[in-house]
Design a protein around this ligand. Sequence first.
Ligand SMILES: C[S@@+](CC[C@H](N)C(=O)[O-])C[C@H]1O[C@@H](n2cnc3c(N)ncnc32)[C@H](O)[C@@H]1O
Length: 359
Amino acid sequence: MERGVVRDAILDVMGSDPFEPLAISEITDRCQTALGSAVPPSSIRSYLAANTPKVFTRTANGHYALANACDSFDHAVIGASTIYCADAFDWMRLAPRNSISAVVTDPPYGLVEYSEKEKEKLRIGHGGVWRLPPSFDGCKRSPLPRFTVLTDEQRDGLYRFFLAWGNLIYPILKPGAHILMASNPLLSHIVSRALEDAGLERRGEVIRLVQTLRGGDKPKNHEKEYPDVTVMPRSQWEPWLLYRKPCEGTVAENLRKWGTGGLRRIDRDKPFGDVIKSSPTNAREKRIAPHPSLKPQSFMREVVRAMLPLGNGTVLDPFAGSGSTLAAANHVGYESIGVEMDRGYFELAKNSIDPLSRL
Ligand SMILES: C[S@@+](CC[C@H](N)C(=O)[O-])C[C@H]1O[C@@H](n2cnc3c(N)ncnc32)[C@H](O)[C@@H]1O
């Protein structure tokens, strides 16, 4: 059979649903159906091998997809950042292996807090996992999700969510790539367990020192009876979990081959440290990007910069929100990719990345 005929059949099959990566056996079957005759799997295999990665991507589970399959999702390019409107799990299934140099992300935690139902309650202003903290100093505070209301089943769901996430991110990371993930003291142990079970190495935690309004309350409806009691400590820090895909060989060998494995120093005499003083996100940034979980640029720039040891590579934020990671990456001169599922936040990110990065 002519090579051009096989090539056209493969491209038709792969293009019919660019979101679906296929095994070689499935591609062969579909080509045979389309051509009405037997196609030797060896011709399919050699065509795919000869044209990967230019035309095809070998995906995490060894299937093939069109190389630009991720670009089938709605997306926008802003400076050196590309933001996709997609479910991160679908996006990761299509992304090329060993292509991401670092992940910096602030994921959804309750799993429920960004569901349509909870977002509606947040908009209405009462009920659900979002609580409105008390105003003080004449300042109105942003709503915060309440993680203490999660049931055992939801905690188990959280573990399974991060295990599935870890299993999908692992193959698309370059060996030695770091993941820095925002967490909170009530749930970080569950996320850590899941990331370790996915094969990632724990490298420590970065502590963001920040005065929050979480905790520090007197017993609800019994404040007068127990005026000297706090139910939980007032939280004054935020843990960011640091994980790494294992290196190939030594750190030096991995740096040489993949450009990853270590962290970028602040300067030659000053290593990146794991406690960073930070303020809550300021009003100017919140006006540009009114997302309920917006992280401050000052902190994001410091951590994003540190994640590429040689200053080269692509930083991914699979839960991009309004794009604060991408804005920080643009500011420090790195390439970045963001994925955001909610169309409203995706549109917000498109408009916020550039002004945030210029601040
Ligand atoms: C905690 S927020 C991140 C906010 C971000 N740090 C910022 O500064 O704007 C998490 C984001 O993940 C998004 N999200 C939740 N599940 C997702 C999924 N499966 N794929 C992509 N985005 C998702 C939510 O819509 C939300 O905007």
